[in-house]
Ligand binder design. Structure first.
Ligand code: ZN
Length: 272
């Protein structure tokens, strides 16, 4: 697929790492503060990998050296001040509640992690799929949402899981960098999965995953939805990994979140 950068609405270059408010810069990455929580969407900067994986590749399910990926994960963990927890992503809708700081090893199959305590940083790994973080005071979910996950309802499942644990209080969500409508062309089978959304999400063959995500979050009762508005496919290739742009040989960036306060009070450490 040829990237059509001229149509991409938001261009952030390597030198200008300022995302649109209320997102803000976090080291060489992007962050947003949600109720009682913070979400970070990583770029590919500041890691140890080389070649097509340069440099902060967080995906073990690539051809990159797993030892180097481990170093990259440790680098991110140090930045966010908590151990990362991941799942083995399968483009489904299963969300695991994390009751201990670390996910079980090997990570269970699933596409979301839910926490109610500070002290861990659940993460999903993406390179065109949408990373979505949903938070209410005292509960946070990190969700992996490609077209299959969206069609299956993972976002509504994440919001429902949070509401079950935290029935009151505002819920907010952040959509990180992913394939934009400027570049994400799909075939009729994928388009048909979203026929109920009408013309606003499909222009020719271009599917608007982020608008679908926004509509699903709104319908699920999320009070505020923030979209960073960055397309992985046509953004600066030095900034974000894109599976489609790079023909599948690429790394993975993360959507990661953590609670800044929980039922026991403010977290001891709030990295800035
Ligand atoms: Zn684009």
């Amino acid at each position: 697929m040829r990237a059509r950068a001229a149509r991409c609405p938001a261009r952030i270059t390597l030198r200008q790492l300022e995302p649109p408010a209320p997102f803000h810069r976090f080291h060489e990455h992007f962050a947003i503060d949600l109720p009682g929580a913070r979400a970070v969407f990583t770029t590919r900067r500041g890691g140890h990998s080389d070649g097509p994986y340069a440099s902060l590749n967080l995906g073990l399910n690539t051809e990159d050296d797993p030892v180097t990926v481990g170093r990259n994960r440790a680098t991110l963990s140090a930045l966010v001040g908590a151990p990362l927890a991941t799942v083995h992503q399968v483009h489904g809708t299963v969300i695991h509640e994390l009751r201990e700081p670390l996910a079980p090893e090997p990570p269970p199959d699933g596409d979301g992690l839910l926490i109610t305590r500070a002290g861990s940083a659940p993460a999903v790994l993406v390179a065109d799929c949408l990373p979505v973080v949903v938070a209410a005071p005292g509960a946070l979910a990190v969700l992996h949402a490609g077209w299959r996950g969206l069609a299956g309802g993972i976002l509504a499942a994440g919001v429902a899981a949070i509401r079950e644990l935290e029935p009151t209080g505002a819920v907010a969500a952040a959509i990180g960098p992913g394939a934009g409508r400027c570049c994400y062309e799909v075939g009729p089978d994928v388009a048909a999965a979203f026929a109920g959304y009408g013309d606003e999400v499909l222009a020719g063959r271009a599917l608007d995953l982020k608008l679908i995500a926004r509509r699903q979050l709104e319908r699920a009762g999320v009070d505020e939805v923030h979209d960073i508005g960055l397309c992985t496919i046509c953004s600066d290739p030095g900034l974000l990994y894109s599976h489609r742009r790079d023909g599948g040989v690429t790394g993975r960036q993360a959507g990661v979140g953590w609670l800044t306060e929980d039922a026991s009070g403010p977290a001891e450490r709030w990295p800035s």
